[in-house]
Design a protein around this ligand. Structure first.
Ligand code: CA
Length: 229
């Protein structure tokens, strides 16, 4: 998975269904992690939090419902949207009745196009910049599709790393990001980068954002990291 690319964890024990879905998700530009059972799914979530989880209800061992319940009762993972796949509508009713906390339900056999649309709906909520939305913060505007950034109407030139940093910040204004979290999100966890590199690029981002004047919108939170606003 490359940095900034939206990531989907696909939990499905049927190999054919898993491969078809993975293929379609990758074609949509998503990074895909695959698990064929609940235990693997929980391990993968622990390793690298996905942006969205597609979770089959019927799994060998721990059921999808139980996985969902565990994810939703853990403060670390409860905000990750879960789309449950259920085999029949009666099962879907049962899933709803069980109040697992799933964010959406798709009944099998599903249309891949519809499922992709549901994934995008969840991503729009959690990672708007990753699907080409326009983000605004104060007088800063970022268009994720055209990669144009303006401040008070003036064009701001940013390098690719600074652009990814800014879109990460603008997806969640006010949120404090640690250097390690920024490394994961902006650089990707497969690449070894020193945390001081983050400081260097934050410096460049600040300079760029203030090139036409205005206050520095990036806040340094001592001992914690950085935030926008
Ligand atoms: Ca299954």
């Amino acid at each position: 998975m490359s940095a900034s690319q939206p990531s989907v964890l696909l939990v499905e024990d049927e190999p054919a269904q898993r491969e078809v879905l993975a293929y379609n998700l990758e074609a949509e530009g998503f990074g895909v992690a695959k698990a064929e059972n609940g235990d693997d799914a929980l391990l993968l979530v622990d390793e690298a939090q996905p942006d969205v989880i597609i979770l089959d209800w019927m799994l060998p061992g721990v059921s999808g419902i139980e996985i969902c319940r565990r994810l939703k009762s853990n403060t670390e993972t409860r905000k990750i949207p879960v789309i449950m796949l259920t085999a029949r509508s009666e099962e879907a009713d049962r899933v709803r009745g069980l109040e697992t906390g799933a964010d959406d339900y798709v009944i099998k056999p599903y249309s891949v196009i519809e499922l992709m649309a549901r994934v995008r709906t969840q991503l729009r909520r959690v990672r708007p910049a990753s699907i080409g939305e326009r983000l605004e913060f104060d007088d800063i505007s970022l268009d994720a599709e055209t990669h144009r950034v303006t401040r008070a109407g003036e064009a701001i030139k940013l390098g690719p790393t600074e652009f990814r940093l800014l879109s990460t910040f603008m997806e969640k204004p006010g949120r404090v990001w640690s250097r390690e979290q920024l490394l994961d999100r902006v650089w990707g966890r497969d690449i070894y980068v020193d945390t001081r590199t983050v400081d260097v690029h934050i410096g460049r981002l600040r300079k760029a954002l203030c090139q036409h004047g205005g206050d520095d919108p990036v806040r340094t939170v001592r001992g914690a990291g950085y935030a926008l606003g």
